[in-house]
Design a protein around this ligand. Structure first.
Ligand code: NCD
Length: 314
């Protein structure tokens, strides 16, 4: 499966995308550039059927709206077909089938598998049983590399650069796979990064240590540290990882970006989120230019088109 790209220009060809760390900086910048081209093609409605006759399987063992649907839209926009399940209750997992067996079978039906699972590391384990590339669409509290490529593309579109920014990442940084992958990706750039979370939900130390090699890193529990940021990346407190609803309530609702926050923050601050939001971004700011989270969600399609193109065509 791990063939080199014939002309050597496409380092992702037939490769898995399991962690953002699977990509070097050139590959990341290559995907961002390709995503820009895809966005233009989408806008002009002049889409090449680059993946005509190819099939993508989406195996989602955990809930999803944007990730699954934007992958499916991306594949269809490029002329490919889609099979899969959105809910493990409709799969043979309910009969006790192992992930390894499911992946082995599906890899004979599809050219690429997009897999979301509730266990960190599950997609890496599954990749050993697949004859086709696997894309990690979120593995428990592990990683979410395609979301990070959407995030980087969005930062670059909104700010015109990926260095020299102050980036505040806020919320559940212990359980947030999108935050983990974004923090890993920021190792490739030079920014000031501030992690804002209750101390129980702070970014794991090992991720911070790595990031400190290229970025100034601060940890705090105060949202005030985001007031002078260029990017405020909000994440929800992830109820599904708490032992009880009462424990969740103790830490939820603490950070809210609303009209009052925007009055105090820099006027060009960009508010991002992988979504879904619960209560951490007030609807009252949705119409403001600062609110980039629905533009970010829209970017999911061109970025995933670029990822699929690079993995499936040399
Ligand atoms: C995130 C996820 O599933 O990790 N959402 C997404 O993929 N856009 C974030 C979350 O669930 O809070």
């Amino acid at each position: 499966m791990r063939r080199a790209s014939p002309d050597g220009v496409n380092p992702l060809f037939m490769k898995n995308l399991l962690s953002i760390k699977d990509l070097d900086k050139d590959s990341v910048l290559g995907i961002i550039g390709e995503s820009g081209k895809m966005q233009k093609l989408l806008e002009a409605r002049t889409l090449p059927k680059l993946l005509d006759g190819r099939i993508m399987a989406t195996l989602f063992y955990e809930p999803s709206t944007r990730t699954r649907l934007s992958f499916e839209a991306a594949m269809q926009r490029l002329g490919g077909g889609v099979i899969g399940f959105a809910d493990k209750s409709s799969s043979s997992a309910m009969k006790g089938e192992s992930l390894a067996d499911t992946v082995q079978a599906v890899s004979s039906y599809a050219d690429v598998i997009v897999l979301r699972h509730d266990e960190a590391g599950a997609t890496r384990g599954a990749a050993r049983f697949s004859d086709v590339p696997i894309i990690n669409a979120g593995d428990g509290i592990g990683e979410h590399p395609s979301q990070t490529l959407v995030d980087l593309f969005t930062i670059n579109s909104e700010k015109g650069k990926l260095d020299g920014l102050k980036i505040a990442i806020v919320g559940d940084l212990k359980n947030g796979r999108a935050a983990h992958s974004l923090a890993h990706a920021l190792e490739m750039f030079e920014n000031d990064v501030v992690f804002i979370a209750p101390k129980e939900l702070q970014m794991p130390n090992e991720i911070c240590y790595e990031l400190e090699k290229s970025c100034a890193v601060e940890k705090t529990d105060s949202l005030n540290a985001a007031l002078d940021a260029d990017i405020v990346y909000m994440t929800r407190i992830k109820r599904e990882w708490f032992p009880s609803y009462q424990e969740y309530l103790k830490l939820s609702g603490r950070y809210v970006v609303d009209g009052r926050f925007l009055e105090k923050a820099g006027k060009d601050v960009t508010i991002m989120s992988p979504l879904p939001r619960v209560d951490e971004i007030s609807n009252e700011i949705d119409g403001r230019d600062n609110a980039a989270y629905f533009r970010q969600a829209a970017n999911g399609v061109p970025v995933r088109m670029a990822i699929l193109k690079q993995i499936l065509s040399a």
